[in-house]
Design a protein. Structure first.
Length: 329
């Protein structure tokens, strides 16, 4: 593709989005950004519409072909209508419906609390996890729950990736073989994270740190759950806490946190700030008693890094020490 054709394809797609927004009664997109994915031979398109951010992929081939092929242009238009454009808030016609993204007339497309990215070989572990999450009222994108006979698998996956709050990634020997769909899903989650928000929640399943040597050493540095040590019920409880609004700094001085996380080990510090900058783990009995309990490992989640910093400042003023404060910057 020549630079001119590439730019023409981008302008055509941006024009489609503007026209579809107008058709849906939504305001024009406030921002459209293109990010090149060399590994996947595709573009990630980040769009802000009506204070809502959506990220969707478009392959190099489709972007080039839509310039001269009306069929490809219509295919991209259908995909954008389903995955990006909000449904009109007041309409007398039936909204376009698909099995993978069910909609009700006059409502926004379905969103998910968590997307489960996994290899097929790990179904024996993933299936009980997905069922447990759903049982607790968590909205889960899991292939068996969402993809039906005859559905477009890629479109369903891309729509789920664009509308999920978190992504659980089950790293296993099968996953590390870099299969088509798992790599596509992981790339999509990474594209969402590039805006500065961490949403990938890794679980190690039958692997150790050394197994990441060839796949990607950076993954080994992320704090992860381990299927051999962390029970499904504990994982579900912690995800529920991450999805909820955390207690305010003033509440935590008198109210005990309700979610217990795995003890992160001994430390000279009383607390440890999580890598996400919005969670804090109590490492000492002294810290735990401040929250009304004598159990170490209690875990707090705040709405923003600012609220976490306020908690840290208040704690330090009372003589408590914290590790990981660099994650607040």
């Amino acid at each position: 593709m020549s630079p001119d054709e590439r730019e023409l394809g981008k302008r055509k797609v941006e024009q489609m989005i503007a026209e579809l927004c107008a058709e849906a009664g939504a305001g024009p997109p406030s921002a459209i950004e293109w990010h090149k994915d060399f590994d996947r031979m595709q573009w990630w398109l980040r769009i802000n519409i009506s204070d809502r951010e959506v990220t969707v992929p478009i392959s190099y081939e489709n972007l080039e072909d839509c310039v001269h092929d009306r069929g490809i242009e219509r295919k991209i238009e259908r995909f954008l209508r389903q995955s990006v454009i909000p449904t009109p808030p007041d309409t007398n016609r039936i909204a376009q419906v698909s099995h993978d993204m069910p909609q009700i007339e006059g409502t926004a497309p379905e969103v998910f609390d968590v997307f489960i990215c996994h290899a097929t070989e790990d179904k024996s572990y993933v299936e009980p996890l997905a069922e447990a999450l759903r049982h607790e009222g968590i909205k889960v994108w899991y292939d068996r729950f969402v993809v039906s006979w005859g559905d477009d698998i890629r479109q369903s996956i891309d729509a789920g990736l664009a509308r999920t709050t978190f992504g659980i990634v089950i790293f296993s020997p099968a996953f590390l073989k870099k299969k088509k769909w798992t790599e596509h899903e992981l790339s999509g989650l990474f594209a969402r994270e590039s805006a500065g928000r961490k949403l990938i929640l890794p679980i190690w399943h039958n692997i150790a740190e050394d197994d990441f040597a060839e796949y990607g050493p950076s993954f080994a540095t992320r704090l992860a759950k381990n299927s051999a040590k962390d029970s499904i019920s504990d994982i579900v409880a912690e995800l529920k806490q991450k999805l909820s609004l955390g207690p305010s700094p003033t509440q935590t001085t008198t109210t005990a946190p309700t979610t217990i996380a795995v003890n992160t080990g001994t430390s000279a510090a009383d607390y440890r700030v999580g890598r996400d900058g919005t969670s804090v783990t109590a490492l000492s009995d002294r810290a735990s008693r401040r929250g009304g309990s004598s159990t170490r490992g209690l875990w707090l989640v705040f709405r923003t890094k600012t609220e976490t910093a306020e908690f840290v400042n208040a704690g330090e003023a009372q003589g408590f020490s914290f590790e990981g404060k660099e994650y607040l910057s």
